[in-house]
Design a protein around this ligand. Structure first.
Ligand SMILES: [Zn+2]
Length: 245
């Protein structure tokens, strides 16, 4: 009995230690860096960039908007060595009248549209100037899923969990924003309870068309996650493409 109890206590400790080890050298380096000078800290940050790994976590919850509407958000987030990766797996369930061929075609268009708008557009920049692009990866393949969406024929009303086969990529990219926990940004929409934003350029505007864009504020929760994990200070969200154009 005593031996069995010991095992019960020791096993979680081993799991914890191996997870902590896998979180990677950069976190260790960051903790160490708090004891050293800022010059040394910059050096640790730049050396660590090559293998910056933070284990994957699932972030989920419920949003309640000012107008009373509510929805669930859920995504997975990790640092893969050089980028912050946010991934969401969506199960597209065809309603009657949607053929497998229709659905396959829509999947291609929607994946391209969602990733064009959300992925590789912004980056996190650390105090020492290192940049970690935010990669957003949507997948419609299983086996596990974060959300389930009914796909109807034609072009009816669209919300987070009900899409229509003719929906433009911008429209599903807007609904994808709700899956990341974002609020609407138009009068009459599901605005944030405090400090609701109205922005016609935003992908979270009403009925977004080509030209609608993601904004730095949409990445704030990812930035906060990164700061909690690394304990780095002065991490900013910057436009990744600005300097390449
Ligand atoms: Zn919306």
């Amino acid at each position: 009995m005593r031996r069995r109890l010991n095992l019960i206590i020791v096993a979680p400790v081993i799991v914890f230690l191996s997870v902590a080890w896998r979180i990677g050298a950069d976190i260790q380096a960051q903790r160490e860096s708090q004891k050293v000078s800022s010059a040394e800290r910059l050096d640790l940050d730049s050396r660590a960039q090559k293998a910056f790994v933070i284990a994957r976590e699932t972030v989920a919850g419920c949003r309640q908007a000012k107008n009373g509407s509510s929805w669930n958000y859920r995504y997975n987030i990790h640092m893969d060595g050089s980028a912050l990766v946010v991934s969401v797996a969506v199960n597209l369930v065809p309603a009657g009248g949607v053929t497998p061929m229709d659905l396959d075609k829509a999947k291609l268009t929607w994946e391209e549209g969602i990733e064009r708008i959300w992925s590789g557009v912004f980056a996190l920049e650390t105090e020492s100037g290192n940049r970690y692009p935010v990669i957003v990866d949507v997948s419609f393949r299983g086996p596990g899923f974060d959300h389930q969406v009914i796909v109807r024929p034609g072009s009816g009303r669209t919300d987070e969990l009900n899409w229509n086969i003719q929906d433009r990529p911008e429209l599903v990219a807007h609904e994808f924003g709700h899956m990341l926990g974002l609020y609407d940004e138009y009068e009459g929409g599901a605005l944030a309870p405090q400090h609701g934003v109205i922005d016609p350029e935003s992908i979270m505007a009403s009925n977004p068309t080509r030209g609608a864009v993601a904004k730095a504020r949409h990445y704030e929760l990812f930035r906060q996650w990164f700061v909690r994990k690394t304990m780095m200070r002065n991490v900013r969200i910057i436009h990744e493409k600005a300097s390449h154009e």
